[in-house]
Design a protein around this ligand. Structure first.
Ligand SMILES: [Zn+2]
Length: 286
């Protein structure tokens, strides 16, 4: 058992190393296959023995072997985080198709968390791939079909098996993406009024809408709504806290995708439990 955890952790470190490549190259529209990794300052190709996750960072003491430029601590952070998410996925789901689904979901989200944080970019290449992947997985692993299952039942349409799962995935995408699209349009429209600052501006990028379409296909409606709720809570607490410390943060452009990504990973691991607890606590479930 403990060996499986370690093996999955090691795989996580290696996948994390690949995610680092995606995070630094995708926002610039570069290929994630070629050329080989090189130092961003001196352009020297990185030797294979200097490219071992976590270990190389420690051995090289965070510096390039050739020009001694500092290596960003984000590289080992992304590697460790990927290993952690995969180990937690295994802990929750065991080894099976669900583990594969949520491990892939988590890794796509880690890429988006960091591209939004570092570059304010949510690459369509990742989200479109994710939306397709989420729909494909809904064939094999049932997605929560609430509330569409209930709505259809009122018309005496009883969805079961794959159609129910697909309704859950598509419903999640429509609700998640739709809500963000509506907020984005409303903000754009409202910010156009002179008393609210004059010039129309974008509060949310279209990338956030795409991110929520992807989250919806993996999680279904209830857990997608929970993702939005948790991300808003996290964003508000952090945002208000930072503004209290330094009022200049009022002008800071917050990476909403980063909050949404973190919330979606948490929800994919523990959301069903939290939703159950919430429904019981609020009296909505018997
Ligand atoms: Zn260098």
């Amino acid at each position: 058992m403990i060996t499986t955890y370690i093996v999955i952790g090691l795989f996580g470190l290696c996948f994390g190393s690949f995610l680092n490549v995606c995070i630094s190259r995708l926002p610039r529209g570069e290929s994630i296959v070629l050329p080989r990794s090189h130092c961003p300052r001196c352009n020297h190709a990185i030797r294979w023995y200097d490219n071992i996750p976590l270990i190389s960072y420690l051995v090289l003491r965070a510096r390039c072997r050739d020009c001694h430029a500092l290596i960003s601590p984000l590289y080992p952070v992304v590697e460790a985080l990927t290993a952690l998410v995969l180990v937690l996925d295994f802990h929750v789901y065991g080894l099976g198709p669900e583990f594969i689904k949520y491990a892939l979901f988590g890794m796509l989200l880690i890429v988006l968390i960091f591209t939004d944080l570092l570059d304010r970019r949510i690459p369509h290449a990742v989200t479109i791939f994710g939306i397709c992947l989420g729909l494909v997985f809904s064939f094999f692993i049932p997605v929560d079909d609430r509330p569409f299952g209930w709505i259809f039942r009122h018309w005496d349409i009883y969805l079961e098996g794959f159609p129910a799962s697909l309704a859950g995935a598509v419903g999640g995408a429509l609700v998640g993406g739709g809500l963000f699209y509506a907020v984005r349009e409303a903000y754009y429209w409202l910010s156009g009024f002179s008393w609210l600052g004059g010039k129309s501006k974008e509060g949310l990028g279209f990338g956030d809408v795409m991110l929520m379409l992807m989250v919806g296909t993996f999680l279904g409606v209830p857990l997608t709504l929970m993702t939005i709720l948790l991300a808003s809570l996290m964003g508000s607490v952090l945002g208000l806290g930072m503004i209290a410390i330094d009022p200049r943060f009022r002008k800071y452009q917050w990476p909403y995708g980063t909050f949404l990504g973190i919330a979606a990973i948490y929800t994919s691991l523990n959301g069903a439990w939290l939703l159950d607890w919430y429904l019981r606590w609020s009296g909505m479930a018997a």
